[in-house]
Design a protein around this ligand. Structure first.
Ligand SMILES: *Cc1c(COP(=O)(O)O)cnc(C)c1O
Length: 364
């Protein structure tokens, strides 16, 4: 293959070509330093502006209030599953504290399961009864909850929350790995937001944590230093070597977003792309979306035919046409098109075109 494909992978996923080209141009000599960002000491005067820029751009585009810290960590979103309860719910006397989770899919249930090692987890609602095809009504928090956790966009099944649950004074925590900066989100309504970078922000290896300062507290001594928000916040994400190159690419991706017209324009494009695909699915005689209309994700769009052989053939033929990674998650089957910020409208139109041809050939 000597041209770029439209990559519908759920993550790692497409990055804007302009970002890749800029990174290539700066590969051996970044900002006139005579070195690659990969070669810089993280404590040098050359790297400092790079991490500061990434943070400043994130603050600007997400409108992050001043009383929140932005951390660039490692270990993926999956390491936040235990870090959140370890930092917010563990007490010196060892008594397990109450937390609430809403189970909207595989990642949400993994987060709850991991938390149950350190906290008294109540799974207050679940959409497992209908294969996670909808977002349940958010139950009220328990008055004793130390936090309340949701997964804003459910990458595998393709649902998303449309309303921020009202948890009163209970801190609201959300996994936004697969939807960060896809549309505006009122950060001030959340106590903690986290996202692995490899879906909408940059390469794998960086996790962004946005945490309200009053939640950053000293934790019991047995909790490993590397797992403490307090340490990472105090050290400006430089307690140890941060994922320098990934942070640099995040800065470039955020520059690109701003050049495109900022989050409002990115949201407009995302809605346009998703609407094109859902509208086609809703009138198709071959394909359909299994997801309740009002809960559909803008980023991850699963669809099915209901015939595993035909679905496998679709995925294979699509790949041969330069539309790659359309197989659904191994746990759910079918197909899934992940159309993150970097997926151009042309990619979605090419997919719909291909689906129309496939439908014409296989409609009985
Ligand atoms: C991909 C994903 C994860 C896991 O991310 P890792 O960085 O691989 O640990 C967790 N939550 C959601 C919503 C995801 O999409």
């Amino acid at each position: 293959m000597n041209k770029r494909v439209y990559n519908f992978s759920a993550g790692p996923s497409m990055l804007p070509v302009a970002v890749l080209e800029r990174a290539a141009a700066e590969m051996t000599n970044a900002n006139g330093t005579g070195q690659s960002v990969m070669e810089m000491s993280h404590r040098s005067k050359d790297f400092k502006p790079i991490i500061d820029h990434a943070e400043a751009m994130l603050r600007e585009l997400m409108e992050i209030p001043g009383n929140y810290k932005v951390l660039f960590l490692q270990g993926g979103a999956s390491l936040q599953f235990p870090m959140i309860p370890l930092n917010l719910a563990v007490r010196e006397d060892g008594k397990k504290q109450k937390v609430t989770y809403v189970d909207t899919g595989v990642w949400a249930s993994k987060a709850a399961e991991e938390a149950s090692k350190y906290a008294e987890v109540r799974v207050a609602a679940s959409s497992k009864d209908k294969a996670y095809s909808y977002i349940p009504e958010a139950p009220a928090p328990d008055t004793e909850d130390v936090y309340y956790h949701i997964t804003w966009n459910n990458t595998i099944v393709g649902t998303k929350w449309n309303k921020i649950p009202n948890t009163g004074s209970v801190p609201l925590v959300a996994d936004i790995s697969s939807c960060i900066l896809s549309e505006p989100l009122d950060v001030s309504k959340f106590a903690l937001l986290y996202a692995g970078a490899q879906k909408n922000l940059g390469p794998a290896g960086v996790t962004v944590v946005i945490i309200r300062e009053d939640l950053i507290k000293k934790v019991p001594d047995w909790i490993p230093t590397m797992l403490r928000y307090e340490i990472h916040a105090k050290e400006g994400s430089m307690y140890n070597t941060p994922p320098c190159y990934g942070i640099y690419i995040i800065g470039l991706v955020l520059d690109w977003m701003k050049e495109q017209g900022g989050l409002a324009e990115i949201e407009r494009r995302n809605r346009e792309k998703a609407t094109l695909l859902y509208d086609y699915l809703d009138q198709s005689k071959l394909f359909r979306s299994p997801i309740r209309k009002e809960d559909r994700s803008l980023m991850n769009i699963p669809f099915v035919i209901g015939n595993a052989d035909l679905e496998a053939q679709f995925v294979k033929e699509a790949a041969a046409s330069g539309l790659v990674n359309l197989a659904g998650h191994r746990l759910v089957g079918g197909m899934r098109a992940s159309i993150y910020n970097a997926m151009p409208k042309e990619g979605v139109l090419a997919l719909i075109d291909f689906m129309k041809q496939f439908e014409a050939a296989h409609r009985s």
